[in-house]
Write a protein that binds this ligand. Structure first.
Ligand code: CO
Length: 295
C-alpha cells in the first residue's frame, strides 16, 4: 500500500472550540436499484448544513445489499463525492468519464448542467463500505460543464499528528496539508480521521462555515458531548469560535466536513438540485428530451 504521507505544519491550538448543537442517527433506506444504505443527511438539513445536501453511508458484507448498484440515472446542479473505505466501484457517465476506485479512493463528479451516469459495485465478495456526499453548486455554476475526477487511495495526502492521529485530507486543507480536491466558493473541507484512544485532533475552522462530524467507528468526544458510532453531530456556529476539537474515547474513526454556506434557495426533486421550481421543470424537460445525455 502506498500512502502519500506528508509533513504537517505545527498549528496553534484551538482555544474556543465549537459545541455540538444536535446529534442524530441516519435513516435506513434503499436507493438506486435497491442498495441498502443509511441516509445520514437528508432534505431536512439542507438549510442547516448548506452547502451540503446529502450524506449516505453504506456498509455490508452481503452482495444482495449493494450489487444492483445505481444504474443509469441523471443529475443536475450539484456535485456527488463517493468515498470508498472498502470495495470496488465503477463510474461511467454521458460526458465520457469513466473510472474505478477501490478502498480509500474518491470519485468526485460535478453534474453541472447535467449528466446521466451509473455507479456500479464491481465485487462479488467482501465488504462494501463507504459514503456519498452531495455538495451544492452556486447558482452561477449550476449550468456549467460537468466534470469528473477519481483519486486512488495512494494519491490522497495523509498526515499523522505527534499524538498519532491519522488524517486523510480528501478536500480542503488541514494543518498545512493540501487535500486531493480544492473547490471554489464553498471551499469544502473533507477529512477522514482515525483517532487512537484518548488522542485528539484540533482543526481551525471559520465560524461562518457549516460543519458536521459523522462517526463511523467508536465514540468521539466533542466538548462535553460523546458522539457514538453511527451518529451525526452538527457543530454550532458560535461566532467567537476558532475551530473544533475532537477526542477519541477508545479508538474512533470519523468524517469531519465543513463548507461555506451559499445562502441560496435550494429546490430538490430527486436527482436535480436547483434554485427554483422553474429550473427543476427545465431539468426534467431536458432529461426527457435526452439533452442531459448530450451534454
Ligand atoms: Co448518481
Amino acid at each position: 500500500m502506498v500512502t502519500s504521507e506528508v509533513a504537517a505544519e505545527s498549528f496553534g491550538p484551538v482555544v474556543r472550540p465549537r459545541h455540538v448543537e444536535h446529534v442524530s442517527y441516519g435513516e435506513q433506506t434503499t436507493d438506486g436499484a435497491g442498495v441498502k444504505l443509511t441516509r445520514v443527511i437528508g432534505k431536512d438539513l439542507h438549510q442547516r448544513l448548506d452547502p451540503f445536501l446529502m450524506l449516505d453511508a453504506f456498509r455490508s458484507n452481503w452482495p444482495d445489499d449493494f450489487i444492483a448498484g445505481f444504474p443509469d440515472h441523471p443529475h443536475r446542479g450539484f456535485e456527488a463525492i463517493t468515498y470508498l473505505l472498502s470495495g470496488r466501484m465503477h463510474h461511467r457517465d454521458s460526458a465520457g468519464h469513466e473510472g474505478v476506485i477501490e478502498g480509500g479512493g474518491v470519485q468526485w463528479m460535478s453534474a453541472g448542467r447535467g449528466v446521466v451516469h451509473s455507479e456500479m459495485p464491481e465485487q462479488e465478495n467482501g465488504t462494501m463500505e463507504g459514503f456519498q456526499l452531495w455538495l451544492n453548486l452556486p447558482a452561477r455554476d449550476k449550468m456549467g460543464a460537468p466534470w469528473y475526477l477519481d483519486v486512488q487511495r495512494g494519491e490522497i495526502p495523509v498526515f499523522v499528528t505527534a499524538t498519532g492521529t491519522t488524517v486523510r485530507v480528501i478536500a480542503g486543507s488541514s494543518h498545512g496539508v493540501m487535500g486531493a480536491f480544492q473547490r471554489p466558493v464553498t471551499e469544502p473541507l473533507l477529512l477522514d480521521v482515525v483517532l487512537p484512544s484518548q488522542c485528539r485532533l484540533e482543526q481551525p475552522l471559520c465560524p461562518a462555515f457549516n460543519a458536521f462530524v459523522y462517526v463511523y467507528r467508536g465514540t468521539v468526544t466533542i466538548g462535553d458531548r460523546a458522539v457514538e458510532e453511527g451518529q451525526l453531530a452538527i457543530l454550532s456556529n458560535d461566532r467567537d469560535s476558532d475551530g473544533i476539537c475532537l477526542v477519541g474515547e477508545g479508538a474512533a474513526q470519523l468524517l469531519l466536513v465543513a463548507g461555506r454556506p451559499l445562502g441560496e434557495r435550494v429546490v430538490q426533486r430527486g436527482p436535480f438540485v436547483m434554485n427554483s421550481e422553474e429550473e427543476i421543470a427545465g431539468a426534467i424537460r431536458d432529461f426527457k428530451a435526452g439533452r442531459l445525455v448530450a451534454s
